[in-house]
Structures are given as C-alpha cells and as structure tokens.
Design a protein. Structure first.
Length: 450
C-alpha cells in the first residue's frame, strides 16, 4: 500500500516545523512499482521498487534553494532543510519568484484503483507470456514491457497549504517483428485500471500489423489522404498543446502570437470538428487534482469547434496579465465522431493508413511545422480498401494544417502516442484521442527503416 494522507501530512508538517526560512514549500512523491521486460520471445528482466522522496524549497524574499532527500529522520530533515536555506541565502534574486500558496480547495480524485495497487509479479509474467506465446504461434518475435505502479504526490507550505493525491497506472507496450525482420507491428496502452488492459488483444494487434507489413514497397512522396490511428493523431495533439504557452505567445515567440501584440485566443485556428479539453476527473484518463506548486487543476477547454479558447498560464504570467493561472494540462482529451476505423478507410479513394509516428522534431515554432517518420505498419488504401503495405516515409506537416483538414473521426479512446506520450513510463498524464481521416497530409521522402 502507498502512504496514506495522514502519513504524508505528518512528514510534511514535521519538515515545515523545522524550517527557519521566510517561506517553505515541501513536496512528497513516491510509491510502489513493478516491471517485467521481454525481448526475443523471452523474459529478460523483472523488478520492483518502493520509495519516497521529499523535496524542500526554502525562500528568503526572492531567493530560494531546493534540496531533495529520501531520509526522513529528524537529523536528516534538519540537514536537508539547513542545506536548502544555505543555498537560498547564496542565490541571486529571482524576479519572477511567486509566494507559496496557502490552503486550496481540490476536487475528489478518481485516479487510484485497488486492482492495480494489488497486482502481482505473476500477473505481469502472464501478460508477457501471452504476447510471447501468440508471437511464437505466428512465427514472429516480440519485445516489450509490462509496468504497474501505485503512487502518491503530496505538498505542503508554511502558509497552510496541504494537498494529497494518489494514482495507479498499468502500462503494456510491445513491438513485434516477423522472423525475417521484414515486417513490424506495435501496440501500447496505459490505464489507471487493470481491468482495461487486455494483453491478448494488444498482442494480436501488433502481430497482425507485423505480418501484414511484410514485403512493403515504396510509393512516391507527396500529399496523401491519411487515416491516422489514435496513437498517430495523439502525437499531433500533444505537440500542438505543448506549444500553447501564453507567455511565448504574448512575447511574440510562437504560432499563437498575434501580429501587433497579444495572442490568438478567440480565433478560429482549427477545423470545426476539433474540440480539445483537459479534465482531471475524466473517467477515461483520471489524474491527480493539483500540479507541483499545489495549484488546483480543474477542467479547462482549450479548443471548441476549432476556436482557440485558452493558453497555458503560469502563476507568474497570469499575475502579470491579470488573469487566473491554468498551468499545464493535466491530461488531453480530444472529442471524436461516430465513424468506425473501417468507415474511415472505406471513405478514402487513395491514401495511407498510419499506425504511429516517431522521432518527431519541431522545424518552425512560428508555423508549428514538425517532421517525423512513420513506423510499425504503413498501408496503402485504394478505392476504400487496404491493398498492400508500403515502406515508411518522412513527413513534414503542421498540426494546424492537419487539424484543419479533418474529414471524419472515430469515437475517442485512451491511447499512448507513438512517442510514448500518455504512458506512465514517459509523460504522466493521460491521452484520449480518436482516429481521423485527414486530407492532403505531406510526406516529404521515403525511409528504408522497417
């Protein structure tokens, strides 16, 4: 079991009572984690860890110093706090330093589930064995990991703030190659509840992609209609939202900057089918109810029918702009439509089905132009049917352009992006995203990678 609210508060209160700084802020993070990794159709490593770390920030005016410790006896706490205070006194003033928060009101967390907290090594072994056995039956080779965790985050301040929340996560990720290494498939999911993890379904999805992607032939680069599976569309959404910072916009440093000053909140920037929001209580992707400073996280609408509704405001920038802070997104949910993936394919005269993207890099922050590669299953669609596998390609595209060219969407689902965003092994917030059919997506060159 992870630490209770009472245990966390007792330690944080004890640390606060030992501080002599003008302001003190303390965070407690940790919990229990187990994992099993497999490769070449056999288990390779397994392990479990349990531990907590206490972060202490001491402030004198605009000066601050931070120390982290994993030793919680009084002597160790005094030493850590004294070190934080010494660092603070030696530090230069930070003109953007914000005072610690006082008591806050938080929503009820729904991100912790007993089935994950109680999971056994045998369950993780069984999940890996499922993928290994199914791969062997198809003459394929698999590699991946099973990771489960139960964790807490807590915070307290010398002004009376105390926040506590807990979270569980179960991740299942695998890549399958055919024995001749000519075909590759992939599947990944992360859920707060164990009952949603289906190792057999995920393994068969990856195996099917690997077998069907053998003997891929190149097609000419250019503009294609694409059917993006949720993992591929999720990367576009995530990288778009990572760029939606209010300060960068107001200072003229991003796509969201308005000519002549200010930002583009309120403008129609995307197609009318696009609705994106964050909600820590969303049942598909529940998460913790406060961010690192103790600021409450509430439902935030980012895009409504293509109109940009808000940007990410830090506490400092929100105060400067005389508005409420939003912080970063706790999770990302994009609403979908009613089409099935088969209907997206059937509505494509000529295009490609994309399993996922990877190695995404920004080319131009002013236009949000990104580049990346396809991976683990790219298929040609002709007259509404998948006809053959094609070799991977590099793409150069802006999420702004792509999200203005959406033709149809499936219902949204919990997903992990091709870059690992949405999984607890990468970024810790959940992603909920549909599949989409998008016209005129730009592929710039061919890639020989499988």
């Amino acid at each position: 079991m992870v630490w209770t609210r009472e245990q966390a508060k007792a330690l944080i209160d004890r640390a606060l009572s030992l501080s002599k700084a003008e302001e003190t802020f303390v965070t407690l993070n940790g919990g229990n984690r187990g994992n099993l990794r497999f490769a070449r159709n056999t288990a390779t490593t397994s392990g479990a860890s349990s531990g907590y770390s206490l972060g202490i920030t001491a402030s004198f005016g605009k000066k601050s110093g931070s120390v982290t410790t994993a030793e919680f006896d009084d002597a160790s706490l005094r030493r850590a706090i004294a070190n934080a205070e010494e660092i603070a006194r030696l530090s230069p003033d930070n003109p953007e330093a914000m005072p610690v928060l006082g008591p806050q009101t938080y929503g009820a967390s729904q991100a912790y589930f007993d089935d994950v907290a109680a999971v056994t090594p045998e369950w993780r072994a069984g999940a890996a064995a499922t993928a290994i056995e199914l791969s062997r039956q198809k003459g394929a080779v698999t590699a991946g990991f099973v990771d489960t965790s139960a964790s807490i985050q807590a915070a307290g301040s010398s002004k009376g703030l105390f926040a506590y929340d807990r979270r569980t996560a179960a991740d299942y990720n695998l890549t399958v190659r055919t024995a001749d290494e000519a075909g590759s498939g992939w599947a990944s999911r992360s859920f707060n509840e164990l009952r949603f993890v289906d190792p057999s379904k995920l393994a068969m999805s990856a195996i099917d992609k690997a077998v069907r992607s053998k003997n891929a032939a190149a097609i000419e680069p250019g503009k294609y209609t694409v059917v993006l599976e949720p993992a591929a569309l999720a990367d576009l959404i995530a990288f778009l939202m990572f760029s939606a910072d209010a300060r960068q916009a107001d200072e003229g440093r991003s796509f969201f900057s308005k000519k002549g000053g200010g930002n583009r909140i309120g403008e129609q920037l995307l197609g009318e089918k696009v609705n994106i929001y964050s909600d820590p209580a969303d049942p598909l992707a529940p998460t913790t109810m406060f961010e690192g400073s103790g600021l409450p996280i509430t439902r935030t609408s980012w895009v409504e029918k293509g109109v940009w509704k808000d940007l990410q405001y830090s506490r400092f920038w929100a105060q400067k702009q005389n508005r409420a802070p939003t912080g970063g997104p706790a999770n990302l949910i994009m609403e979908g439509g009613k089409a099935t993936i088969d209907e997206l394919i059937a509505g494509t005269d000529r295009g490609v089905l994309v399993t996922r993207f990877w190695y995404i890099r920004e080319l131009d922050p002013q236009t949000l132009l990104f580049t990346g590669l396809t991976r683990d299953g790219l298929f040609l669609i002709e007259k509404g049917k998948i006809t053959r596998p094609v070799r991977n390609m590099r793409w150069n595209e802006s999420p702004i352009v792509a999200l203005n060219n959406i033709e149809a969407l499936t219902p949204p689902e919990r997903t992990v992006s091709g870059e690992g965003i949405g999984g607890s092994d990468g970024f810790t917030f959940g992603l909920v995203c549909p599949a989409a059919r998008i016209r005129e997506f730009t592929f710039s060159s061919a890639s020989d990678a499988v």
